[in-house]
Design a protein around this ligand. Structure first.
Ligand SMILES: Cc1ncc(COP(=O)(O)O)c(C=O)c1O
Length: 394
C-alpha cells in the first residue's frame, strides 16, 4: 500500500530513517565503547525492537510493563544471537513488582536510599549470584536547561536523584553504579559540563584504578542527548566516553529515547471540515493534539507539518484543530501555497517519539493506526485499534 492509500489517522514509522539513526548510534557505540540503550518511554513500537536490538545494547524501562516488553520483544527474539541488556529505573518500586523486575532485569536503579534498603532483601540475592547490578540515581544539582522546568530533573525541589549531601562517604553495600539523567533535547556541551560536575562532586565513588573495591563499576549518563541530530558533536561524545572508560575502567551507558526515533515517523491526518471564523478558517482534522500528540499541548510545541509555513507566510493560512469538543485542542496556525479542501491529507512530521506512548481516547476518540513504511516505500499496518480499546480501560 502507498502512503496516500492508508486509513487515517495513522502514525507511520519510517523504517529507513529509524535505521539511519540506529547506524549513527551504533557508530558512537563502536567508536566510544559506550553501551547505548533504548529508553522505551519515548518509543515503544515493539515490532521494531528486534531491529533496534541488532544495533543497540538493550533497553531501559520506567517500570515493570516496559521491562516486560523489552524482555518479550527484544531479548527473546534475539536470544542466542545478541546479548541484550534490560535496565529499569523508577522513582519508587512497588512491593508486588520488585521480585519480577529482579528476575527480568540485569540493571536496577534506585532513586533513594530508603527505597534501596526497603527492597534490599529482594535485590541482594540477585546481586550476590551475579544476575543483577544495582545502581543509585544521583541528582547532580547542575541545571543546563532554561524554561522547561517540567523536563528538568535538576530544577529546585526535584524528587529525582539523590543529592550529594544525602549520600555518605561510601557506596552502600551491593551498589555498583551511578545514574544521572538531567538533559532534554540537548547537545554534547551540556552533557560534558554535567559530567565534569559529577566527576568532581561525586569523586569519592570513582575508582582510582580498574576494579577498585567499593567504587563504581558503571555509570549511566541518562537520556536527553540529541545524538542523531545533524549538528550534534558526536566526536566530542566519543572522546568523553573514551576518557571515562580509560581513566576509571568503568562501563558507560547512554539511554536516549528521542535520538533513536528522531524524525522517524509521521502522523497522517485527513481534513474533515473547514469552519469559517472571524480569524483564520479552522481545519477540523481526524486527529487531535490532546489525544494523539499530547506533547503539543504539554510541552508545548508546534509540530512540523510537511509543505507548510508559519501563519501568514504562504498564501492560505488556517488554524489546525481537531474533532474533539475541547476548545483548546488546537495544533497551531499554518499556511499553505494551495487552498486546503475537505478530504485533503496532511502530514505531521517527527511523530514517532512521545506520541504513540502517550496517546489516549479522551472524547471517545479512536486511536490512530500504527503503520510502518518499509525502505521500498511500501506501507504495512502494524496495529489497528477499535471500540474495545476504548471500552476496556473504563
Ligand atoms: C531516566 C530517563 N532516561 C532516559 C530518558 C530519555 O530521554 P530522551 O527521550 O529525552 O532521550 C528519560 C526521559 O525522560 C528519563 O527520564
Amino acid at each position: 500500500m502507498k502512503i496516500s492509500e492508508i486509513t487515517t489517522p495513522a502514525y507511520v514509522i519510517d523504517e529507513k530513517k529509524l535505521k539511519e539513526n540506529l547506524e549513527i548510534l551504533s557508530y558512537v557505540q563502536k567508536e566510544s565503547g559506550a553501551k547505548i540503550l533504548l529508553a522505551q518511554k519515548a518509543f515503544s513500537a515493539y515490532k521494531t525492537y528486534p531491529m533496534i536490538g541488532e544495533y543497540l545494547s538493550g533497553a531501559t524501562a520506567s517500570g515493570l510493563y516496559e521491562a516486560r516488553l523489552a524482555k518479550e520483544e527484544m531479548i527473546e527474539p534475539l536470544k542466542g544471537k545478541r546479548k541484550i541488556e534490560n535496565h529499569v529505573f523508577e522513582p519508587a518500586f512497588n512491593d508486588d513488582e520488585i521480585k519480577e523486575l529482579c528476575e527480568i532485569c540485569d540493571h536496577m536503579v534506585f532513586n533513594s536510599l530508603t527505597q534501596l534498603e526497603h527492597h534490599r532483601e529482594v535485590w541482594e540475592k540477585n546481586v550476590k549470584n551475579g544476575r543483577l547490578f544495582v545502581g543509585l540515581r544521583i541528582n547532580p544539582e547542575y541545571s543546563t536547561q532554561e524554561g522547561h522546568e517540567i523536563y528538568d530533573p535538576c530544577a529546585s525541589g526535584s524528587r529525582l536523584g539523590i543529592r550529594n549531601a544525602d549520600l555518605g562517604d561510601k557506596l552502600p553495600k551491593g551498589v555498583s553504579g551511578l545514574h544521572f539523567h538531567t538533559l532534554c533535547e540537548q547537545g554534547f556541551e551540556p552533557l560534558e559540563k554535567t559530567f565534569l560536575e559529577v566527576e568532581s562532586s561525586f569523586k569519592r565513588f570513582f575508582p582510582t584504578r580498574k576494579g577498585e573495591e567499593g567504587k563504581i563499576k558503571w555509570i549511566n549518563l541518562g537520556g536527553g542527548h540529541h545524538i542523531t541530530k545533524e549538528d550534534y558533536d558526536r566526536e566530542g561524545l566519543i572522546k568523553l566516553v573514551k576518557r571515562i572508560k580509560d581513566t576509571y575502567g568503568i562501563e558507560v551507558y547512554l539511554e536516549p529515547g528521542e535520538a533513536i526515533a528522531l524524525d522517524a515517523g509521521l502522523l497522517v491526518t485527513t481534513v474533515m471540515d473547514i469552519v469559517k471564523t472571524e480569524k483564520y478558517p479552522v481545519l477540523i482534522l481526524d486527529t487531535s493534539a490532546a489525544c494523539h500528540m499530547p506533547d503539543v499541548l504539554e510541552m508545548p510545541y508546534r509540530p512540523p507539518l510537511r509543505d507548510s509555513g508559519e501563519a501568514g507566510e504562504l498564501a492560505n493560512t488556517y488554524r489546525l484543530s481537531s474533532r474533539t469538543c475541547l476548545a483548546g485542542d488546537i495544533i497551531g496556525d499554518y499556511s499553505f501555497d494551495k487552498e486546503i479542501g475537505i478530504g485533503d491529507r496532511l502530514y505531521f512530521e517527527d511523530m514517532a517519539i512521545y506520541s504513540m506512548v502517550k496517546n489516549n481516547t479522551f472524547n471517545g476518540m479512536p486511536l490512530p493506526d500504527i503503520d510502518i513504511m518499509h525502505e521500498d516505500g511500501e506501507v504495512e499496518v502494524l496495529k489497528r485499534f477499535g471500540y474495545d480499546d476504548f471500552k476496556m480501560r473504563l
